[in-house]
Design a protein around this ligand. Structure first.
Ligand code: NAD
Length: 496
């Protein structure tokens, strides 16, 4: 059985552990590899390698660091299909969706290539007579990243390229459910010329994450995953005086106004609700139909029902299986709860399967209507191909409903009214808003700005905020004398 290697100090090594986690193909649950649970010594070695590498990497000119990213971007593009195939095998994502996962990561590497401009500080000449003040942005040290299963290319690439281009070194702990894709990303990073120890990759679960959180040499922690784990990581990291940015769960609403374009709404809701089997943190899981638009619910449901789950290389498949039997069990359980608690199930995917792959984690597209905000299917993040339809009479009611939800990752509104869109974007308490766009994931020159229970921290992923997160600002005030020293001691705090 293939064992996933650790990357420590520039070498891919087999772990000495005796404990492993199976990596499976979610389409049939066959074991395709084993991820080691790194030992304490291996965790220490990875952190020590990153600490050692920081001593020299921080002084490598930012232009050279950016060139590593340029070579990395070219390699990722060259290997995009191959990475996507690995990704499909371990996540079950369709090949086109897997390519999207890789591509959205490549776009962040392109942003990291801009690091010389992103690391520019500020200057003011003559803040007092003969005195200038200027600031530099300097790296922090060793940073750590803990990533979820659902984007095994994009989310690691949200983190280490920005951190490393800014002059830091990195220890990545990818999801134990799909570590093969991040391993390939790391191989290509070395091929791009990253020096030994600049990126290290360890595998494992809670204990390995806690090791990073409790280690004094780790200066900043980036996490993406579920709410309870995000809260644990944020609390532990900050208790240990580290910086932390923790992206967590979501319940994203799309508000459908009666003046929107019905066909556009249908097309967008289909993809945004069941694409990637609903395993996207920006999936639309609640559609809020305002006024007359509630008459479209059955048509939306009928279109969603046409999408079929299938194998990664089946061109007819709209999405793949869920990641694990546990994930399937959770989603099927919530579908049953929806029925028990009184929602109307217009499309029921709980019995779905794929011929020849009956042991896979299949759940078909599912649509509920008559959903209320006290039902479990509304309150919980389902993370499956399930759309909940809610009806309200006015835009004001829709805004109040979305704002009362504890999550704040993404939302969208479909309307032909500029005034309605403007009111929504202004009043909604959600960090990423789409107007006639279903999944408003910002491109990497912006930042990924979830709010409320979808994010713990202050500086977000990628864009300028990531540069701030992975750096310190040093502000220098200088005076150069040319000739006479002008005055005696200055006993005030004023500059003279
Ligand atoms: P998860 O929280 O189970 O795992 C994420 C990472 O945390 C993994 O690397 C895992 O090994 C580690 N981990 C798990 N339990 C831990 C514990 N008790 N202590 C320390 N570390 C632990 O999440 P997942 O199931 O892999 O991913 C799905 C979740 O991620 C969903 O809730 C989804 O909404 C969220 N997500 C959020 C965003 C975002 O940007 N907000 C993006 C993608 C996914």
């Amino acid at each position: 059985m293939k064992q996933v290697p650790l990357l420590i100090a520039g070498e891919f090594v087999a772990s000495k552990t005796s404990s492993f986690i199976d990596v499976t193909n979610p389409a049939n649950n066959e074991v395709i590899a084993q991820a080691p649970i790194a030992t304490n010594d291996e965790m220490e070695a990875a952190i020590a390698a990153a600490k050692e590498a920081f001593k020299t990497w921080r002084d490598v000119p930012v232009t050279e660091r950016a060139r590593v990213m340029m070579r990395y971007q070219a390699l990722l593009k060259e290997h995009q299909d191959e990475i996507a195939e690995i990704l499909s095998q371990e996540t079950g994502k369709t090949f086109v969706d897997a390519k999207g996962d890789v591509w959205r990561g490549i776009e962040v590497v392109e942003q990291a290539m801009n690091m010389p401009a992103l690391m520019m500080g500020e200057t003011v000449e003559n803040v007092a007579r003969g005195i200038d003040t200027y600031s530099y942005i300097q790296p922090l040290g060793v940073c750590a990243g803990i990533t979820p299963f659902n984007f095994p290319a994009m989310i690691p690439l949200w983190m280490f390229p920005m951190a490393i281009a800014a002059g830091n070194t990195f220890v990545l702990k990818p999801s134990e459910q799909d570590p093969l894709t991040p391993t390939r990303l790391a191989e290509l990073f070395l091929e791009a010329g990253a020096p030994k120890g600049v990126l290290n990759v360890v595998h494992g679960a809670k204990d390995q994450v806690d090791h990073l959180l409790n280690h004094e040499d780790i200066k900043a922690v980036s996490f993406v995953g579920s709410v309870p784990v995000g809260q644990h990581i944020y609390k532990t990291a900050t208790d240990n005086m580290k910086r932390a940015q923790c992206f967590a769960g979501a319940k994203n609403h799309s508000v459908i106004m009666p003046d929107s374009n019905k066909q556009q709404v249908i097309n967008n809701l289909v993809g945004a609700s069941v694409g990637a089997a609903g395993q996207r943190c920006m999936a639309i899981s609640v559609a809020v139909f305002v006024g007359e638009s509630k008459e479209w619910i059955e048509e939306v449901a009928a279109e969603i029902a046409k999408v079929k789950p299938g194998l990664w290389n089946d061109d007819e498949a709209g999405f793949g299986p869920l990641i694990s039997p546990q994930a399937k069990q959770k989603v099927i359980g919530l579908i049953q709860k929806g029925k028990d608690e009184g929602a109307t199930c217009l499309v029921d995917g709980s019995e779905a399967t794929v011929e020849g792959y009956e042991s896979g984690n299949w759940v078909g597209p599912t649509v509920f209507t008559d959903v209320t905000t006290t039902m479990s299917i509304y309150e919980q993040e389902i993370f499956g191909p399930v759309l909940c339809c809610v009806t309200v009479d006015t835009l004001e009611e829709a805004i109040a409903l979305v704002n009362a939800n504890p999550y704040g990752n993404g939302t969208s509104i479909f309307t032909s009214s500029g005034a309605a869109a403007r009111k929504y974007q202004h009043e909604i308490e959600v960090g990423q808003v789409g107007i006639n766009v279903p999944i408003p994931v910002p491109l990497p020159f912006f930042s990924f700005t979830g709010w409320k229970n979808s994010f713990y921290g202050d500086l977000h992923a990628y864009g300028k905020q990531a540069v701030r997160f992975y750096s310190e600002t040093k502000t220098i005030t200088s005076r150069w004398f040319d000739g006479d020293i002008p005055s005696g001691p200055n006993l005030t705090i004023n500059l003279k």
